[in-house]
Design a protein around this ligand. Structure first.
Ligand SMILES: Cc1cc2nc3c(=O)[nH]c(=O)nc-3n(C[C@H](O)[C@H](O)[C@H](O)COP(=O)(O)O)c2cc1C
Length: 392
């Protein structure tokens, strides 16, 4: 396994070195011109911090809770369709999250069954899209409940835009011999990635076990994707129905506007994640950190407000919490850690974030993440955006 690394950027460099270029490029993702992808990280860099030098706290408390789960710091694993990064995939991520005391979001497009992931981390939320008919959604929710999911994340921000100016990776429907032959040149340049899979005795199979109907085979990634594309998008009544049928803790992921945040609250959600899907969805959507203050002040007393998209360091987490988030979710940061070093690589990333949150709290003179306020952050003029509020 790889050596300890000190930043998420280093994890990214190692992921790039280790993964076949198509797999790395699938992780990098982004859409269209990459405006949102770039803004997600740049925006955090525009925010300043206002440190003290004496009277600092010797001990800092990072613990909080999300969707009813006690977690050791305000960082949760965001669901991603990992596929082919590492043979242990989401199970390795779940173990790392459990080892570091935090919760795991499992994508419905994940490569591992939910029950295996729950066995590795009982604090697992299952993520679903609005796909298939209502009966199949009910069956999927039943299976998720039976497998032990402690919360449901409904992700609705997806508009099926697939072009990237820098080119999309060509991902095969199935990694059969023909596909392997086509990928051989790039895979052979990444012998350590191949060796990891060879040791595990199987190749990435690119199926989605959590979308299998009882008694039938797991659909391929693209088969499931096709079904999702064909499903008419949900109404707010559908959202309320989904929440009602789930019955337990429920997060709506992908909120960018104040009016949508109000509607989500009215639909009865427990939590929202202010998110632009890591810049993979509708390009030119502002960085979520820019819209967080308006959304947190609109609904922060009624629902748990999380943020994801662009978190690369502990101080990013602190900035988000200071501006109204209860916690953040991370995507690429842990995927790069997974690629760089499996479970220890993800633990390494979580440790980097914990260390960064702790030092920012120390510098800001706080003994708890719950003491952070907007006064800790320097927000430059013109930084924030408020979407979905009628202007008079
Ligand atoms: C490769 C990749 C796959 C993703 N797959 C999913 C998914 O299946 N379901 C989902 O809700 N979000 C998915 N996301 C979005 C993440 O949950 C999260 O919103 C995003 O990665 C956060 O931005 P960050 O990567 O800058 O942390 C994916 C993101 C990436 C990078």
């Amino acid at each position: 396994m790889g050596q300890w690394f000190e930043t998420v950027s280093e994890a990214q460099r190692r992921a790039k070195k280790r993964l076949p270029s198509s797999v790395y490029s699938a992780l990098l993702a982004g859409s269209e011109r990459g405006v949102s992808y770039d803004d997600n990280t740049r925006a955090f860099g525009e925010l300043g911090l206002a440190p003290h030098v004496a009277g600092l706290s010797a001990k800092r408390d990072l613990a909080t809770s999300v969707l009813g789960q006690e977690i050791s710091m305000p960082v949760v694993i965001s669901p991603t369709g990992v596929q082919a990064v590492h043979p242990d995939g989401e199970v390795a991520v779940a173990r790392a999250a459990a080892a570091r005391g935090t919760a795991m979001g499992l994508s419905s497009f994940a490569s591992k069954p939910l029950s295996d992931v729950v066995a590795a981390n009982p604090q697992t939320f299952f993520q679903t899209y609005w796909m298939g008919d209502r009966d199949s959604m009910l069956r999927r929710m039943d299976r998720a409940r039976e497998a032990g999911a402690v919360g449901l994340i409904a992700t609705l921000d997806w508009s099926f835009s697939h072009g990237r100016d820098w080119g999309s990776p060509k991902i095969p429907e199935k990694l059969d011999v023909k596909a392997m032959a086509r990928f051989a040149p790039e895979v052979l340049r990444r012998p350590r990635w191949l060796a990891d899979f060879a040791r595990s005795g199987r190749l990435p199979d690119l199926t989605t076990p959590n979308l299998a109907e009882p008694g039938s085979q797991a659909p391929t990634f693209f088969g499931a994707y096709g079904e999702w594309m064909m499903t008419p998008p949900p109404t707010w009544e559908d959202v309320a129905w989904l929440r009602e049928e789930w019955g337990g803790p429920f997060m709506l992921k992908g909120i960018c506007r104040v009016d949508d945040a109000h509607r989500a609250r009215d639909a009865g959600v427990t939590a929202i994640s202010v998110s632009n899907h890591g810049g993979n969805n509708l390009d030119s959507t502002p960085a979520p950190i820019r819209v967080l203050p308006s959304i947190a002040s609109a609904v922060g007393d009624d629902v748990e407000v999380l943020l994801d998209s662009g978190i690369r360091r502990g101080s990013d987490v602190v900035k988000a919490v200071a501006l109204g988030a209860r916690a953040v979710m991370i995507g690429r940061a842990y995927l790069w850690g997974l690629a760089a070093g499996g479970q220890p690589g993800v633990e390494n990333v979580l440790d980097i974030l914990r260390g960064g949150i702790d030092s920012a709290l120390l510098g800001l003179g706080h003994s708890s993440i719950h003491d952070l306020t907007p006064d800790d952050v320097v927000v430059p003029d013109g930084f924030t955006r408020t979407l979905g509020v009628a202007r008079s």
